[in-house]
Design a binder for this molecule. Structure first.
Ligand SMILES: Nc1ncnc2c1ncn2[C@@H]1O[C@H](COP(=O)(O)OP(=O)(O)OP(=O)(O)O)[C@@H](O)[C@H]1O
Ligand SMILES: [Mg+2]
Length: 443
């Protein structure tokens, strides 16, 4: 029996006008981008004016949302049912461009150009760990300030750890404030003093010597860069802090996405604790890509035993009558079953599981004359697959129960795995349905 936890009611959360920011966090590959996009579609179709900030969406998903333009501003998504008065806008975060925008916003045009063209800047803006997280927060801050949407849904970068989203901006901020500038100042320390002022004044004095060592152009690059960035260093920290506060504000809610696997749920567990420690509001946990079976009455053990019995039967089933094929339990299989193509068992469009013959075109004689031996073999194969599926279901349930026993207060919703990837609006709607399914029936 699996442990109960409160149900995460998605629709009331999406419908509540006080919900202004939803952040989808979680460890790598668990379905953050998919969940964020699905929530966006659902919110818009329920009447919210929503914007989704996605990060590195898969190409097909991006295309289906009209995200082929990388201009770093939200665009209206076509194909959304707007009859409830909502709209969906979406954008992909372009990290480098967001960094450029920050520079342009916070320095005069000439200085901005000096920074943007500087080779140090170019590697800085792309290369630092944490830049993407910082820029995601920066963009969130910008979108919020525009105040053009009533709901902002934020996807988070594909970090290994969910905590990176919270930690990286501060780390980057202090890096830019401290270590980085000291690093660039290192040549100036030769003179026994440090500090931007000194660098600016002292540089010319030292240039003669350093030119020989470092090379004139490089030195000038460092110098202009440090001078220009100096005006912004304090800003980075402050802005990261401001966005951090936004995440603690009323109207923000975090959704932690996790796969029903040990590592992902352990990460989710850390994250839940961290949110509590930071006073950041947790809406709940989305357990994504959960496997189910529509034939749970048939246990793994019984399915295996039946498969063995059938296989034993086969010793000598050559004489068995073709008129008595073993009934296949195919109708009982859940539509969420993923394709099991290697053994010739596939999901049909109607959600049923069917058998695929090796040569579909020879539909006639051979297929129709397959004898009891074949039927037994296929039935046994299907039973073994069912047993495997049931074992997976049980394993996922145990992992989930472990999480629930540590965090019994965290609302949760299960999202069953779809048979294939989610790459269009229909798929996103389906995920949205599944997200909302856990809730009590609306009054
Ligand atoms: N419920 C689901 N059923 C089937 N496929 C899913 C489901 N959720 C996500 N996927 C698929 O899993 C893959 C990973 O999902 P997604 O890109 O949303 O994860 P992510 O957490 O954003 O990954 P990253 O950490 O790399 O950003 C995608 O191909 C997506 O289509
Ligand atoms: Mg992603």
């Amino acid at each position: 029996m699996s442990l109960e936890s409160p149900v995460l009611a998605i629709d009331p959360l999406l419908d509540d006008p006080r919900t202004r920011i939803l952040v989808c966090c979680g460890s790598g590959g668990v379905g953050k981008t998919t969940t964020a996009a699905a929530l966006g579609v659902r919110a818009a179709e329920r009447g919210r004016k929503a914007v989704v900030l996605t990060i590195d969406p898969a190409r097909r998903l991006a295309q289906s949302m009209g995200l082929s333009e990388l201009d770093n501003t939200p665009r209206r998504v076509n194909g959304i049912d707007e009859s409830a008065g909502g709209e969906l806008h979406a954008m992909m975060l372009d990290m480098k461009r967001t960094f450029d925008e920050v520079v342009l916003q916070h320095s005069d045009p000439e200085r901005a150009r000096a920074i943007l063209e500087n080779p140090f800047y170019q590697s800085l803006s792309a290369g630092f760990a944490g830049t993407q997280e910082y820029m995601a927060m920066e963009k969130l801050g910008q979108l919020r300030a525009l105040d053009a949407w009533d709901l902002i849904i934020v996807d988070t970068p594909p970090s290994r750890s969910a905590l990176d989203f919270l930690d990286a901006p501060k780390r980057l901020g202090s890096f830019l404030d401290g270590r980085f500038i000291r690093l660039l100042m290192a040549p100036a320390k030769v003179g026994g003093r440090a500090g931007v002022k000194f660098l600016n004044m002292g540089m010319s004095v030292m240039t003669g010597t350093l030119n020989k060592v470092v090379g004139g152009q490089l030195l000038r690059d460092v110098q202009t860069f440090v001078a220009a960035m100096d005006s912004m260093f304090g800003g980075f920290r402050k802005r990261a802090d401001a966005t951090y506060k936004l995440l603690q504000a009323n109207g923000t809610a975090f959704l932690v996405v996790a796969a029903p696997e040990r590592d992902a749920l352990r990460e989710a567990s850390y994250f839940v604790e961290r949110l509590a420690a930071e006073d950041m509001p947790l809406a709940g946990l989305v357990l994504n890509r959960v496997h189910r079976s529509g034939a749970e009455r048939l246990t793994a053990e019984r399915a295996l035993a039946a498969a063995e019995a059938l296989e034993e039967d086969d010793e000598g089933s050559e004489e068995a009558s073709p008129e008595s094929p073993t009934p296949l339990p195919s109708g009982e299989f859940d539509e969420s079953a993923e394709n099991l193509q290697t053994v010739g068992i596939v999901d049909q469009p109607d959600g049923k599981v069917g058998l695929r013959t090796n040569s579909p075109e020879s539909e006639t004689k051979e297929t129709h004359t397959h004898d009891a031996y074949d039927a037994h073999r296929l039935a046994a194969g299907l039973l073994r697959l069912h047993a495997e599926r049931m074992q997976l279901v049980a394993r996922e349930r145990r992992t989930r129960d472990r999480f629930v026993s540590v965090h019994p207060e965290v609302p949760m919703v299960d999202v069953a795995a779809l048979p294939g990837d989610v790459h269009d609006l229909a798929g996103l709607r389906e995920i949205g349905e599944r997200l909302a399914q856990g809730q009590p029936t609306a009054a």
